[in-house]
Design a protein around this ligand. Structure first.
Ligand code: SR1
Ligand code: MG
Length: 418
């Protein structure tokens, strides 16, 4: 795969129409008259350029990778090939749960450009959670998506030769994996250069960095992440990778896609919901809305397990837990299912915990906390997330079920102050 080609050039709102106007797959949606195209750059993530291109005929998203991390600048180079992994992940996710991810209209590896479906009037779920607005069907859609992608991207379902070739394709995403391995699993646990945290958290941060159990468990989780290529993951499944209206839910941005452990995506998502829950005092302190977030958490897990179990019983065509091996022992496959789900559950809790810790101590934080202007209040919300994150990482094998974990969140929410 080519790295930066001498032809690569970042798009601008001025150059985009002329550069993309002759691509049929794009002009078919926007019209051939490029003078009628309006471009706005809306990228508010950490890495890429994102343009909404509108014309009387329609709208298209143009996403282009930059050769560096946008959040940091050109002092942190990052390969353009992440667009290639995002493109391949989008194609696979669309096949595994149709209608949930943007349709890809065009991909250029050389220019690291993906032209894709524009979801409107959707907004990023994180912003919805800050505005205290509910989304009908959110938990069910996300739980089903996670179960379908995790199951259908694994050796439970896929032809194993295809899966192995796919593992080889995604294994090349070294630099994006390295971001997660470093920012999520290592940096928060020592005085890493890119770390930053809210003033007032100093004593808690010192305590966490001195916590040997936490550091060892975080590294056990890192080993699982790095070594267990169980399924094709989204890889960055937080509430900024979900777009919603009041009644519709979509999933975007799988550029961190990799083969990894089945509990990773769902753990990251649950961790982000729990952080949004703890951040609510900074966004109006509406107890009913906070309770709704915990309901969503419980329902995501319930939908995930129901759909995963359904697929286990109806689509288990891969090399794992083959029906033929259980000759006339239907209960054996149910036993295997329930044990698999327990393993995913424990991993998911651990991954939720490390996500909650890193979004407070490492480089990339979350808007729910960053937007709380009152620093003491922000520190209190973040301290609750750190408390829960630590407990999830260290005690993940003895936490009980989802309602017990939500109870823990409620206890912590009442208790911690600085
Ligand atoms: C340098 S990138 C920082 C974070 O932004 C992305 O969305 C991922 O979450 C990554 O860890
Ligand atoms: Mg992203």
């Amino acid at each position: 795969m080519a790295e930066i080609s001498s032809n690569y050039a970042p798009l601008t709102v001025e150059t985009l129409p002329a550069r993309l106007g002759r691509i049929d797959a794009i002009s078919a949606r926007l019209g051939a008259d490029i003078s009628a195209w309006q471009c706005v750059e809306v990228g508010d993530g950490n890495l890429n350029l994102v343009f909404i291109v509108s014309s009387p005929a329609g709208q298209v998203i143009i996403k282009q990778a930059l050769p560096y991390v946008r959040l940091v600048g050109d002092s942190w180079p990052l390969p353009l090939k992440r667009a290639y992994f995002e493109y391949h992940a989008l194609i696979r996710q669309a096949a595994r749960d149709p209608g949930l991810v943007p349709e890809v209209y065009y991909f250029s590896e050389e220019q690291a450009i993906i032209a894709m479906e524009f979801f409107t009037p959707h907004i990023i779920l994180r912003h919805k959670l800050m505005a205290r607005e509910r989304v009908e069907g959110l938990a069910e859609t996300l739980g089903n998506f996670l179960a379908r992608t995790v199951f259908r991207g694994s050796d439970l379902s896929m032809d194993t030769a295809k899966r192995k070739r796919d593992v080889a394709l995604f294994v090349d995403s070294v630099e994006l994996n390295d971001i997660t391995e470093t920012l999520v699993f290592s940096d928060p646990y020592f005085d890493a250069e890119r770390n930053h945290h809210t003033d007032g958290l100093g004593p808690i941060v010192a305590r966490l960095r001195a916590d040997i159990d936490l550091k060892v468990e975080a590294h056990h989780l890192k080993a699982k992440f790095a070594n267990n290529a169980e399924t094709l993951l989204h890889g960055d499944f937080h509430t900024g990778s979900v777009m919603v209206t009041e009644t519709d839910t979509k999933v975007i941005d799988p550029e961190f896609a990799l083969y990894g452990p089945m509990g990773f995506d769902i753990g990251m998502l649950l961790g982000n919901f729990w952080m949004a829950y703890f951040a609510q005092p900074g966004h109006g302190n509406d107890a009913d809305y906070q309770a709704w977030i915990l309901e969503v958490v419980a329902d995501v897990w319930a939908s995930f397990t129901a759909e995963f179990s359904h697929l286990w019983r109806t689509e288990r065509t891969g090399i794992l837990y083959e029906e033929s091996m259980y000759e006339g022992q239907p209960l054996a496959s149910e036993q295997a299912l329930s044990q698999r789900l327990s393993m995913i559950w424990e991993d998911a809790l651990g991954f939720a915990g490390v996500e909650m810790i890193r979004r407070t101590l490492s480089l990339a934080h979350i808007a729910e906390n960053d937007s709380i202007e009152d620093e003491a209040l922000r520190a209190a919300c973040e301290a609750r997330g750190l408390d829960m994150g630590r407990q999830l990482v260290v005690n993940r094998t003895r936490m009980g079920d989802i309602s017990q974990v939500n109870d823990l969140a409620q206890q912590i929410n009442k208790g911690v102050s600085l």
